[in-house]
Design a protein around this ligand. Structure first.
Ligand SMILES: NC(=O)C1=CN([C@@H]2O[C@H](COP(=O)(O)OP(=O)(O)OC[C@H]3O[C@@H](n4cnc5c(N)ncnc54)[C@H](OP(=O)(O)O)[C@@H]3O)[C@@H](O)[C@H]2O)C=CC1
Ligand SMILES: CC(=O)[C@@H](O)[C@H](O)COP(=O)(O)O
Ligand SMILES: [Mn+2]
Length: 355
């Protein structure tokens, strides 16, 4: 198979699953972590490697190594593997998503931004979502009539901070997720609750529903619930690990133990809370976004600029939400009519907010 983003949090977990099942790795794609990439090359012996930057080519211990976006697309096109795991982060993941679908591969999609920005142009027939909540929903589906779906949120890094301290929080604090070990960008999205808005959009596209909401479950043990018309609710409970969603996405059917069962007596108690708009201002846009899924493209573009500015120390944590709210108000009339528009609108909004 092909792993895009092999050195990231999802990429590393994908390789653990691949090793467990003895799967062949044809292509590895990574960014700047060449040391980890080299150890992956040594262990998994891919036929081809792609990295982000020309200047790192000489550091990669492989005879067939290329760089850049076009090389990623070529690697997908010229591969014999049927499976592509897209664990790239951000808008960068969209073209590889489209290429994998065009080449009729099974697409195991962690890059939720692809669906957020272009869900209406993406053929989901051969797509398996790698996201804990959506995996949970998929796991719970049966043929009974559904009333609504619920996904859970951890609350992110600042869920217990006094509100008045949020304007001065540091990058290091923001990157300290209470439950999950994830890449920087999604960890910030979790702290602002933008990740959960993205996940509502993702669920809307995957399950063709707008009857979807989120609540806080601080332990991230319950990932999703389905509320059935008959009054029953079922919940997906599993450990805090992406290996289960990844294993199902790749293998389709799983009969062995991937994770240890959650020890409910060890957990002791569970708590549920509503998502407070004062702490997470983007949540005030939930209904508007669900009514108009085109806002995903707008929000993603402003958010990528804002998160990158925050992570480079140019703006404060609260500015991320301010920029995102501004973008939704300012650009809510923009709608992509085709996939080319998606790239144009993304560029326009990024340009407006700085880069
Ligand atoms: N982590 C998680 O548990 C979950 C993640 N997701 C989603 O999965 C996706 C990946 O997340 P995560 O694994 O946390 O992110 P990471 O930041 O940990 O990993 C991103 C990967 O992409 C690589 N990369 C970045 N830029 C480039 C580039 N220009 N060219 C080639 N490779 C590049 C990175 O390489 P390098 O590190 O070498 O620079 C790294 O391998 C995101 O869309 C996220 O929202 C969804 C659910 C859960
Ligand atoms: C592991 C996973 O699926 C992430 O998307 C996770 O949900 C992020 O945590 P939050 O619930 O804090 O957004
Ligand atoms: Mn998730």
């Amino acid at each position: 198979m092909i792993i895009l983003g092999s050195t990231g949090s999802i990429g590393v977990n994908t390789l653990i699953v691949a090793k467990k099942y003895g799967l062949d790795i044809e292509v590895l794609v990574a960014g700047k972590n060449i040391e980890l990439l080299n150890s992956q090359i040594k262990e998994f012996k891919p036929k081809k490697v792609v990295i982000s930057s020309k200047e790192d080519l000489h550091k990669v211990n492989h005879t067939n190594v290329r760089y850049g976006e076009d090389a990623i697309l070529e690697a997908i096109e010229n591969s014999s593997s049927n499976i592509v795991v897209n664990a790239l982060v951000g808008f960068l993941g969209l073209k590889p998503t489209l290429k994998a679908i065009e080449c009729k591969k099974k697409l195991c999609l962690a890059n939720k931004e692809s669906l957020v920005v272009a869900g209406k142009f993406i053929d989901k027939t051969n797509l398996r979502a790698i996201d804990s909540e959506h995996f949970g929903l998929w796991y719970l589906l049966n043929d009974k009539k559904i009333s609504s779906m619920t996904i859970t949120a951890s609350g992110g890094s600042f869920r217990d901070y006094p509100l008045e301290t949020l304007k001065n929080v540091s990058i290091k604090e923001a990157l300290n997720h209470p439950n999950w070990e994830m890449g920087d960008k999604i960890t910030i999205d979790s702290a602002t609750m933008t990740n959960k808005i993205f996940e509502l959009i993702e669920a809307a596209w995957l399950f063709d529903t707008k009857n979807i909401d989120a609540i806080i479950e601080p332990k991230s043990i319950i990932h999703a619930l389905i509320n059935f018309k008959d009054g029953s609710s079922t919940a997906h409970i599993a450990g805090v690990s992406m290996q289960l969603p990844i294993a199902y996405a790749i293998m389709d059917k799983i009969e062995d133990e991937i994770l240890k069962q959650v020890d409910l007596l060890g957990i002791g108690s569970l708590e549920f809370k509503t998502i407070d708009e004062n702490r997470y201002p983007i949540w005030s846009k939930k209904s508007e976004v669900l009514e108009n899924l085109d806002l995903g493209l707008i929000l993603n573009a402003s958010n990528e600029v804002a998160v990158s500015k925050f992570l480079s120390g140019k703006i404060g944590f609260l500015d991320i939400s301010k920029i995102n709210l501004d973008a939704i108000d300012r650009f809510s009339n923009l709608k992509a009519q085709n996939i080319d528009d998606v790239f144009l609108i993304n560029k326009e909004i990024r340009g407006y907010y700085g880069y």
